[in-house]
Ligand binder design. Structure first.
Ligand SMILES: Nc1ncnc2c1ncn2[C@@H]1O[C@H](COP(=O)(O)OP(=O)(O)OP(=O)(O)O)[C@@H](O)[C@H]1O
Ligand SMILES: [Mg+2]
Length: 405
């Protein structure tokens, strides 16, 4: 029961972690949408205000133009026309010839009249595409119409900037978030590395003392004439050898492991022979090597054996102790050797192809979900190779390991 609850907690933890990612993503999308909506609201309010003030501007121009004299209305001019320092405006005659302009610095900097006119023409086009021009009716003293003027205008630069504000804001937040995520991920990986290396070193160190003592006892027993059953010594020596192998695996994980050119078939065959003795005879192993049994790769033998052992154990679990495990060693493109390990087990859903390598992911009652994490670590980091699920369906699974030769 205790074991069952352990397994549930590790799966629970795994599920919570991926749920948390979704929550963060959904909250960020909501914040982005609210921010865009709010800025759009501001933009449309500001646009309304600008349109109103330009309409006031047009009315003022009309009023001023229709006054017999300018006396007493200077303040209107000052208050409305001169105080417009943000909205670009061009006043034209009936046929669209510019008469006056405001807040178009480009045109004010023009050196010649011709240059100024061409700039104003360009501006008129932009303005026309943004807003309908306003009509100013000019009248003579008796009220009869003497002509028309048009007021073209466009959004102030403040409004234009505000329109792009959410994009700029969200990009900055996005970049910042990504950098924070990378730093966080990097420090998490660095921390995991320290834990792996530390635990492995400590385990190898702790195992060292009892193993030396056991070896001494075996030597002592060999010389003991009272011991009649010599088979005990043989079995003891095998166990000591196994313990030595475990220690060497841990000490290799805990330090910079050395790689050597080794015959891949021989290493795998050795491990399979060892496993066969401990597994049910209902599991049938086949190993093939193409083009010949001489393929070599850069291996750390104790760690690579550990990989094969873990993959085969998972395969046996998936087949519930009855089925075939087929190992194929192939020469891939220049400088690479691949090892395909196939079983006839229950398979892995496609959506789990990546997740099975994460620590804590296990579907077994007694599983810690560490086997494949260790396997991936040994292949990726120590052998600079790759491991992935090449294929899986309800009839079985194939894991592919790619190694450097
Ligand atoms: N050959 C396979 N066929 C089907 N499922 C597999 C196979 N290999 C791995 N899995 C799935 O991937 C999960 C994770 O495997 P992993 O070896 O990391 O952990 P585990 O075997 O559950 O526990 P342990 O830490 O004891 O190895 C397994 O629980 C199983 O669901
Ligand atoms: Mg496992």
């Amino acid at each position: 029961m205790a074991i069952l609850s352990k397994s549930n907690t590790s799966l629970e933890l795994y599920r919570n972690r991926s749920k948390f990612k979704w929550v963060v993503l959904v909250v960020s999308i909501i914040i982005s949408l609210v921010s865009i909506y709010y800025t759009n609201m501001l933009v449309s309010q500001l646009k309304n205000r600008e349109e109103k003030s330009i309409s006031l501007y047009a009315n003022t121009l009309e009023y001023l133009a229709n006054q017999p004299s300018n006396s007493g209305i200077n303040f209107v001019f000052e208050e409305i026309i001169v105080s417009n320092k943000s909205i670009p405006v061009i006043v034209t005659d009936e046929i669209g010839k510019p008469l006056d302009s405001r807040n178009i610095p480009r045109a004010d900097r023009a050196q010649t009249v011709k240059e100024r006119n061409s700039i104003l023409k360009e501006e008129l086009e932009i303005m026309e595409s943004q807003h309908e021009p306003l009509l100013v009716t000019l009248r003579s003293g008796d009220g009869s119409i003497t002509g028309y003027q048009f007021i073209y205008f466009r959004n102030s630069s403040l409004l234009a900037q505000l329109k792009y504000y959410p994009v700029v804001q969200l990009s900055i937040i996005g970049i910042f978030g990504m950098i924070a995520f990378l730093i966080f991920n990097y420090s998490k990986v660095a921390e995991q590395n320290r834990v792996w290396v530390g635990m492995a070193k400590e385990t190898a160190h702790q195992l060292g003392t009892p193993i030396s003592s056991l070896m001494a006892w075996v030597e002592y027993l060999k010389t003991d004439e009272n011991l009649t059953d010599k088979e005990i010594i043989v079995e003891l020596e095998k166990d000591v050898e196994r313990l030595n192998m475990i220690t060497s695996r841990f000490s290799n994980i805990g330090s910079e492991p050395l790689l050597e050119n080794a015959n891949v078939y021989d290493v795998i065959n050795e491990t399979v022979l060892y496993l066969k003795r401990r597994l049910s005879s209902k599991v049938i192993f086949t190993i093939s090597c193409f083009p010949n049994n001489e393929l070599e790769a850069n291996l750390n033998i104790p760690l690579f054996e550990w990989v094969i052992e873990n993959l085969c154990k998972n395969a046996v679990d998936a087949m519930v102790g009855d089925g075939e495990i087929n190992i194929k060693i192939l020469k891939a493109n220049e400088g690479h050797v691949v090892v395909d390990i196939s079983d006839t087990g229950k398979g892995i859903p496609k959506s789990m192809f990546q997740k099975i390598f994460q620590p804590g992911y296990s579907t077994k009652k007694r599983g810690w979900g560490l086997g494949l994490t260790l396997v991936k670590r040994i292949i990726d980091i120590y052998h600079k190779g790759k491991i992935y699920v090449k294929h899986s369906d309800s009839k079985g699974t194939t894991f592919r390991i790619s190694l450097r030769s």
